[in-house]
Design a protein around this ligand. Sequence first.
Ligand code: C2O
Ligand code: CU
Ligand code: CU
Length: 515
Amino acid sequence: MKRRHVLKATAASLLLAHPVARAQMMNHQEMMGQHHRMGASHAMPAMGDGMRAHGSGRNLLPVDRMPSGLPLEALPKLVNQSLQAGVFKATIEAAPTTLTVAARKPTEFWLYNGQLPGPQIEVYEGDEVEITFINNLPETSTIHWHGMPVPSDQDGNPQNSVAPGAQRVYKFRLPEGSAGTYWYHPHPHGKTAMQVARGLAGTFVVKAKNDPLKDLPEQHWMISDLRLDQQAGIPPNTMMDWMDGREGQFVLINGQRDPAITVSTRTRIRVWNNCAARYLQLVVPGCQWQLLGTDGGLLEHAQPPTDTLFLAPAERVEVLLLAPADMQVELLSRYYDRSKMMVRDDPSDITLAHLSVKKEAPVLLPDQLRVFAELGLPVATKHVEFSEHEMPHDMGQGMSNSMMQNMFLVNGKSFEMDRVDLRSRVGDVEEWRIFNNSHMDHPFHVHGTQFMVTARESNGRKQLEPFKAWRDTVNLRPYETVTFLVKQDMPGLRMFHCHILEHEDLGMMANLLVE
Ligand code: C2O
Ligand code: CU
Ligand code: CU
């Protein structure tokens, strides 16, 4: 792939490449067996795209039009401009950028520093981080530091958006104990899904000073998906995308389709699911995964080997890949049924990569990977309910924007920027119970901290979480309840929301005020 062949497009030329004239009405017959028309006469800006058709199979570029089989490239790192020890300083510019990645046709992406995926930021616990963000997109944006313990006013909240052409500095110090596998992405309200779909996302690794696994070689797999139409353009969301979350036909690792990866049984692999809505169930036939860490860093204990590695959208893990011998084998993502609306999925596996696995001497893991500082007993309990409005039986003129806006709810409400939904006190340990009162999966995410899942309850059966892990994202099956312990250490506004980005944009998000 010619990722290095970069040339900048102006915002104007980008917009011309997606003329409104190309939009068509949603063509629903294939899915519903009847005729429906979308009635979107007064579209709100962010949802305007959602009312148009695009993205049905025949409009898409066949998957084999993107080159594959090239050796996996490491994620390029953001260069530290600071000469001072313990300080990381750099600039990230978001801008329209033209790259040719498929069918020898140029694609107009929106990228961080012209790179797909965005540059990787790597720092140590205790470091001072100062990122100048330049927004050269034609609309507002922010950079959100997903999962990281940064002050609320530095966290790229939708309330602190950066205007087109403007810039701001994000500044924070990463505390001891924050080593983990994070990422960054835009978070402007109503526009997050399309900005990520156009390519805006990057990885962020915080390393520990005393890392028990520091001698192992590391490999990073950032998994994202991308949708391209026949012209290699990035089409706007369809109504089905707004309902179910958008999945691109290309599933990429570090921006590459089906790369060739050489990995050893001693390699510490960090895996990101940076897809807007795609669930991953990673399988390497004949091999097993050993879970070492989750979003917020290492577990207390390495887990027994498993065949399948599950990653809901926005989740990350650290793993070893165990093999009985040297092997040439595929990395697959098995179909996961997340009970989408109105769509029958293709249940076949997706090949993500061709692996050449080298069997080496087993890693001697310490009994304890980390000292897991317990949070203690909760002093407050919070209840969060995700719900969906019933899909109307007869859509008549189609769904209006207000119907879309009230489709996905948190505690019965759609997101409002200035409404405080829940309040917590700085330093209080709380027990949160999240109930998914709906028929489809939704990944829950909260900003500013990491939580420890204690139990999961489905169909009246409660299972205690078998191990201790720090997470900022957890999946909820339909009608499942997940209980976790959490503590916010800094005051300010924190979002919590479904991390299917379309659901977030439609208002499946709420404000927590920490005081
Ligand atoms: Cu990764 Cu509020 O999001
Ligand atoms: Cu986040
Ligand atoms: Cu959702």
